[in-house]
Structures are given as C-alpha cells and as structure tokens.
Design a protein around this ligand. Structure first.
Ligand code: NAD
Ligand code: ZN
Ligand code: ZN
Length: 348
C-alpha cells in the first residue's frame, strides 16, 4: 500500500510503498477515507528537530483520520468490517485514570502507551496511507449516518481541539460575552462554529487573509478584524473599550499572544492553541488583571462524541478541499503557502 512518510526532521515527506498492516489481538485496521493535513505537520516537517518530543521519524503522517473498518483482530467486539468510523488520535495506555476518563492526551502511564504522548501520525504510522492500524477499538468513534469519512476526518483534530478549548472557557462565554478567535484556518473556522453552536456570545474573528475572514463571516462571526497594526484598537472599539472575555489564539506567535492579552477583558481567558512558538514575558502587569493565560492540547474521547453530535445535527461542518494521496505533498505545500481555505483532506 502507499504511505506518506516523514523520513527525517526538517524534510518533505515521501510517498512510498509499505506492507499493509494486519491487526493483532484487540486491534483494528481502517481503510482510510479521509486524512486531514494539519498545520502541526508543517511544524513537524520544517520547524522541529526532535528535541522536545519523545519520538522521531520515520513514521507515516496523518493524525486526523476517518474511514471504514477493513479488518479486526481477535477479541474486537464493538466494530465490524465495513463500519464507518473516526479515529480518536491521542493514543494512551487505556487503563490509567486519565485514559479511563477518555483524556488520553494526558495518559499517565506512557510506558504502556503505544507511543509516549503521540498516536498515529505522531510518532506511529498515521492515516496518510491506504490503511491505518489502530491499536485499540476504544479509539474508534462510530460515524453518524449523515457524515462521510472525508467530512468527519477534520473533526477529529481541527474540530476536537477547538471544542476542548471552547469547552474549557464555557463559563466565561455568557450571552453578553465577547469571544475572539485569532487565525481562521483549519482549527479557527471550526472554533467559530463551535462557539456559535454552543453559546450566545458575540464572536470577533481575526486573520490576515481576506478569504479566511470571509469564511469566518459565513460561519457566523459577528465582527471581522484584519490582523496587524490597529487590531487592538479595533477590538477595543468593538467591545466598547472592555476587551474580549475569551481569546482563542490559533496561531501562537509572539505577535498573536501579545494581541490576545492586550485585547482581553479583566477576568478573561487567553488560550494559546497555536504552536508557532511565540514566547512572551509573563508578570503581574503583563495582561489585564486576573486574565488567565493557558494552553490547550487536542481534546478527549467524550468531547469527540459530543462534537459528532453537533456535526450530525448540521451545527458544525468542516470546510475542506480534497487531495489525492499522490498529491498529499502538494496539500502540505498549499497549506504552507496559506492557499488552503478551511482544511486540506487527503482522500486515498
Ligand atoms: P492553518 O494554517 O489552517 O490556519 C492558520 C490561520 O492563521 C491561517 O488562516 C492564517 O492566515 C492565520 N494567521 C497566521 N498568522 C496570523 C496572524 N499573525 N494573525 C492572524 N491570523 C494569522 O493552521 P491550523 O491547522 O488551523 O493550525 C493552527 C495552529 O494550531 C498551528 O500552529 C497548529 O500546529 C496548532 N495546533 C495545535 C493543536 C493543539 O492541540 N494545541 C492541535 C492542532 C493544531
Ligand atoms: Zn493536528
Ligand atoms: Zn493512560
């Protein structure tokens, strides 16, 4: 079968032939129907050198996957051949307290996890391939009948990550609150929809690309701000001088983190989701009083189920462009050059 593999840090991935996986006891092989291209893969391909990560190439990319059950290992009882499924991408040990709660992003027995702090496409072989080996059936979520695999795939990360970040700040998203979304790409355009579907807050979307702001508008953003000079003043104007109650930063550069905290209302939340690596000084006076500055990583299995509920009801839908597996490198190049609207999804 074909697989798009990252062979080394700081390199383009390569499409190569590899053996089709066979499921061992408790495992499931998925025929991939959609694998999203995440901006994190660009960080993996071009920015990281492995220093911060407990795993390394080579592995097949693609940590945002959905498809159909191709074959099951002995003992698998909850899915059968042909079932449409999405794959929860953070693969923990499955038995520690956090994993039992479904928060496998923070597995506390990493030695027993398939890969420490990763999953398919993050240290182990992912879904940018004809088939994907999933190490345990609990990591599969059945797809609602009205969602096809390519539509579902981006929800497992580009949707789940903002769902988790939004849910963490729900108490501060009252009907009179203002929520600011910085970066309306793969994650950000779903963040706008998730805020819209789950709260009555007013949404300000910020990006530097006109087409990203159009996307935000189409999915329910109330106000649009072009990033850059004047953005903080524009936000102060739009919020009557108060600032935003919750700021979700899907870029994470020094510029956007500073924009985020300069725009926050006292008692608000600033959540850094983007991994651009911005570093800012933090002190008593570096943001308005009692603003919480926090990061979030991906989301939990129960949150993915909740998100599919929203998607099945038509309240959240990823905007995406499909690419063949042969064009997967082009998908990443397009993402790198800012040419993708919403998500790029590889359909083998
Ligand atoms: P993307 O490339 O699809 O979208 C990024 C968007 O941000 C684009 O629309 C771009 O125009 C915009 N942008 C860039 N610089 C900006 C600026 N200075 N001001 C305003 N807008 C700006 O990327 P994505 O796949 O949505 O990922 C976004 C970030 O989130 C990446 O850093 C990615 O690695 C990270 N990420 C984090 C998690 C997590 O769990 N924390 C999960 C997935 C992705
Ligand atoms: Zn990702
Ligand atoms: Zn665990």
């Amino acid at each position: 079968m074909r697989a798009l593999r990252l062979m080394n840090w700081k390199s383009d991935p390569e499409l190569v032939e590899v053996p089709k996986p066979t499921p061992g006891p408790g495992q499931v092989v998925i025929k991939v129907g959609g694998a999203g291209a995440c901006h994190s893969d660009l960080h993996l391909m071009y920015d990281f050198d492995g220093a911060a990560l407990p795993w390394a190439p080579p592995f097949t990319l693609g940590h945002e996957n959905a498809g159909w059950v191709d074959s099951i290992g002995s003992g698998v009882t909850t899915v059968k051949e042909g079932d449409p499924v999405a794959v929860y991408g953070a693969w923990g040990c499955g038995t520690c307290g956090r994993c039992r709660l479904g928060v496998e992003t923070y597995c506390e027995n990493l030695a027993a996890a398939p890969v420490p702090g990763g999953g398919g496409g993050l240290g182990l072989d992912g879904g940018m391939a004809d088939y994907l080996l999933v190490p345990a059936e609990r990591l599969l979520v059945p797809l609602p009948g009205n969602l096809d695999a390519a539509t579902a795939a981006p929800l497992t990360d580009a949707g789940l990550t903002p769902y988790h970040a939004v849910a963490r700040s729900w108490p501060k998203m009252t009907p009179s609150s203002i929520v600011m979304v910085i970066g309306v790409g793969g994650l950000g355009h779903l963040a706008v929809q998730i805020v819209k579907a789950t709260t009555a807050a007013t949404i300000i979307a910020i990006d530097m690309k006109a087409d990203a702001l159009d996307l935000a508008k189409r999915f329910g953003a109330d106000h649009l701000v072009t990033s850059g000079e004047g953005a903080v003043e524009a936000i102060k104007d739009l919020t009557g001088g108060r600032g935003a109650d919750v700021v979700l930063d899907f870029v994470g550069s020094e510029t956007t983190i500073n924009l985020a905290r300069a725009s926050a209302r006292p008692l608000g939340d600033v959540t850094i989701v983007g991994i651009a690596g911005g570093v800012v000084p933090f002190s008593f006076f570096s943001q308005p009083y009692e603003v919480s500055l926090q990061t979030t990583y991906w989301g939990s299995r129960p949150e993915l189920v909740e998100l599919f509920n929203l998607a099945a009801r038509g309240l959240v839908k990823a905007e995406y462009t499909t690419y063949s597996l042969d064009d997967a490198v082009k998908a990443y190049h397009d993402l790198h050059e800012g040419k993708v609207s919403g998500r790029a999804v590889v359909v083998p």
